[in-house]
Design a protein around this ligand. Structure first.
Ligand code: 6PG
Length: 254
């Protein structure tokens, strides 16, 4: 793991969600004050949901410059947006329906074509939005990640072929739980973010967290996150951090 990594331990899921919402707001305020626009890519799963619900309420809702905010997805399951598995659908219910984010600023991953075609279409959409010279990767102002018990991040699972692919920004994948077709941003895009934070909650994640930090040879997808711009924060609640030797004594709360 690189040296620019910061680990913040919070006592419980509520404090974790609050800390995540703070980081989200800071990233939005900084990006908008520096360049007039904030781009964020959200993950799915259950862990970010309390943070999304907080962002939909005071004080966070009013701190975020929604008109200048553009929301994208780190990964998506290839189901309809109304399906309970849909990452976009969950974020819409928890957050997007409750804030004044213009519809044109919401960029869900497409789900109507084949997985390969959807991946191509999302990459094209990103390309149009970021409008980059050839061979450059988009720089999201913020990417929020979770981690699975097997060490996956986004929909990049252990054994996903060609994890360091230099070509694609978005790729189709089959697997995970639920075991469905998915689209995912790739490592080069994730690692190119200006800021990136993980949200990790619960005792069931403690083993994988220990592996990520203390067993570098495990070669888990989460260990391939080494952002080029040196802004990576791991936000853990105490149960998730409980197997880390550094925190086993209950010290070092940040
Ligand atoms: C997905 C995710 C995935 C998620 C982890 C953690 O769509 O499956 O984006 O990478 O972040 O599986 O999920 P939980 O928060 O539910 O544990």
């Amino acid at each position: 793991m690189t040296e620019c990594i910061k680990i913040l331990i919070k006592e419980n899921p509520e404090e974790l969600a609050w800390a995540g919402a703070e980081l989200f707001c800071e990233a939005a305020e900084t990006a908008v004050s520096q360049k007039g626009c904030f781009t964020v890519a959200l993950s799915g799963g259950s862990t970010p949901r309390p943070m999304h619900r907080l962002l939909a309420k005071d004080p966070f809702r009013f701190r975020i410059p929604w008109n200048q905010t553009h929301v994208f997805w780190v990964d998506e399951r290839m189901v309809s947006y109304d399906h309970p598995y849909s990452n976009f659908g969950l974020a819409r219910n928890d957050l997007l329906d409750h804030v004044t984010l213009p519809a044109a600023n919401i960029h869900p991953m497409p789900n109507t074509e084949s997985p390969g075609e959807n991946a191509f279409l999302y990459q094209k959409q990103l390309d149009g939005f970021f409008n980059l010279p050839l061979h450059q990767y988009p720089v999201f102002d913020l990417i929020v990640l979770g981690i699975g018990n097997d060490g996956h991040i986004a929909s990049l699972f252990p054994g996903t072929p060609d994890p360091e692919s230099k070509a694609a920004w978005v790729m189709p994948v089959k697997g995970g739980n639920p075991d469905v077709f998915r689209l995912t941003l790739t490592f080069p895009v994730l690692n190119n973010a200006a800021r990136l934070f993980f949200l990790v909650s619960g005792k069931e994640k403690s083993e994988v967290i220990q592996t990520v930090f203390e067993k570098p040879s495990a070669d888990l997808p989460a260990q391939h996150i080494r952002p080029h711009h040196c802004q990576l924060t791991w936000l853990l609640d105490r149960p998730a951090a409980s197997m880390l030797s550094k925190f086993k004594q209950g010290a070092n709360k940040t």
